[in-house]
Design a protein around this ligand. Structure first.
Ligand code: C2O
Ligand code: CU
Length: 493
């Protein structure tokens, strides 16, 4: 591999075509899957405290090829934070980079001032401390930087980590799911990187219509990863931490993935799916049953997303093996639980309440309702505790997704027809794929944390689009200060 050049998180069209499909079959997939360590926590006075330091360094991501990467408490990716519902969490984040950063808790329902958006910038050498009380169901959330215009660069270089929420302290296994971290409960952070042959150097950022796309996929930073399971039932917590690539997950050679969790928590009814499609920022928890001596491959299959532009560069037709899993020699799976505890899901009405505010978000090429992000413009204000209907329409030529900070929502009435829309409708979501021409209705219950001055964000989670300003800002305010129940339109133009 001596002549290879690795560009973390993306490459030029030439680099991509030369290194195409290098993971597609025939390779070893023998490197043990790295498991991000659980972050050490100090628990005192009812507060669980973590420390994160964003820094940069060299990481050998492929054999013999080291690259300039970024990580938390290390040179690539970050430790897994873990806390229980009801706990107060404090995270001190130190910026050891040469540029400003932030630390955003993606999927967390918390006050806007703790959210780690561009409004909570951390200068070089400084420490920012976020503190909030966890008040949402058990889930696989994540954290990453959110500096205005620099998010793609920092995330694809490796600034990303998982943030797991348990239903209660020491209660991780209560739902009857595999829950021994790194043993049968496996984090899987997917990122694509660009590998070129022939010693060509990386020529700056990719100008694909969707942002940076690589031709090689890493799982927890491991290239061609293998996991030797010691139990016949595995839980995979999959995070798409890529800038623009979607993963259409499935098992090579057949077999089903049992979807047990979406972005914001468990689904009430585990559902067998042939494919689970994850766009950037989305998570899925799936169970895989392993027969004795089984050898299965988790793969990203072809999908037709209509990314637009150069299909080869966009990589919409690429397939990748992601992880080889070998089963234990013996043992019988306890089986897939017939149902899972998801009380809040069942109690949220199937649709928005009568008279709910309806807001429409039109996704353009790189804008929302014709506007791009302005730090000093609040696009809309929502009364605390309101349940609104947000209608997201994609009138552009390529796929986008839509992420809302500070909430978990339900997806209703996707105009598209396939299984991706289906998985999205099974549980809590904070990020949803919206294909060209599609209109997606979201039922969004807003939280109780009000702040008239500090906004949350909504945006496309294709990181280059986000950096280009495909983002808006909203505040959650005292219900007395806005008129509820009126049809409201987000700003046009
Ligand atoms: Cu994961 Cu505003 O982002
Ligand atoms: Cu987009």
């Amino acid at each position: 591999a001596g002549g290879a050049v690795l560009a973390v998180g993306g490459g030029t069209a030439a680099a991509l075509s030369s290194g195409k499909q290098d993971d597609d079959g025939g390779e070893a997939f023998a490197t043990p899957l790295a498991i991000p360590p659980l972050a050490e926590a100090e628990v005192a006075g009812g507060v669980r405290s973590f420390r994160l330091k964003a820094g940069s360094g060299l990481t050998e991501l492929l054999p013999g090829v080291s690259f300039r990467t970024m990580g938390y408490n290390g040179t690539f990716l970050g430790p897994t934070l873990r806390a229980a519902r009801g706990e107060t969490v404090r995270v001190a984040v130190t910026n050891g980079l040469t540029t400003a950063t932030t630390a955003h808790w993606h999927g967390m329902c918390l006050p806007a001032a703790q959210d780690g958006t561009p409004h909570q910038s951390i200068s070089r050498g400084e420490t920012w401390t976020a503190e909030w009380t966890v008040d949402q169901p058990a889930a696989t959330l994540w954290y990453h930087p959110h500096p205005h215009g620099q998010t793609e660069e920092q995330v694809v270089r490796g600034l990303a980590g998982l943030f797991l929420i348990d239903e209660a302290v020491d209660d991780a296994g209560a739902a009857g799911l595999p829950s021994e971290y790194g043993v049968d409960d496996i984090p899987l952070i997917l990122q694509d990187v660009a590998v070129a042959s022939g010693g060509r150097t990386e020529g700056g950022r990719t100008q694909a219509p969707v942002g940076r796309l690589g031709n090689t996929v890493l799982a927890n930073g491991t290239h061609q990863a293998h996991f030797a399971a010691s139990t016949p039932l595995l839980r995979l917590r999959v995070l798409n931490a890529s800038s623009a690539r979607c993963y259409n997950l499935g098992l090579k050679g057949g077999g089903r993935l049992w979807l047990v969790g979406t972005d914001g928590g468990l689904v009430p009814d585990p559902t067998a799916l042939e494919r689970v499609l994850l766009s950037p920022g989305e998570r899925a928890e799936v169970l895989v049953e392993l027969a004795p001596g089984a050898d299965v491959v988790l793969r990203s299959f072809t999908h037709e997303l209509g990314m637009g532009g150069d299909e080869e560069l966009a990589g919409a037709r690429d397939e990748f093996d992601l992880l080889r899993i070998s089963g234990p020699a013996g043992g019988v799976s306890a089986g897939i639980p017939a149902s899972l505890p998801a009380p809040e899901l069942s109690s949220l009405p199937a649709g928005p309440p009568q008279g709910a505010t309806v807001r429409t978000f039109n996704l353009g090429e790189k804008s929302i309702n014709g506007a791009t992000m302005a730090m000093d413009r609040i696009d809309l204000s929502v009364p605390a505790g309101a349940v609104e209907l947000w209608r997201v329409e994609n009138s552009s030529d390529h796929a986008h997704n839509f992420h809302v900070h500070g909430v978990q929502f339900r997806v209703r009435s996707v105009t598209g027809k396939d299984g991706a829309g289906m998985a999205a409708q099974l549980g809590w979501k904070d990020t949803v794929l919206v294909r060209p021409g599609e209109s997606v209705d979201l039922v969004v219950p807003f939280g109780k944390h009000t702040d008239p001055d500090v906004p949350y964000m909504y945006h496309c989670h294709l990181l280059w689009h986000e950096d280009q300003g495909m983002m808006g800002q909203f505040t959650v305010v005292d219900p007395g200060s806005v008129e509820p129940g009126t049809e409201t339109e987000a700003p046009t133009t």
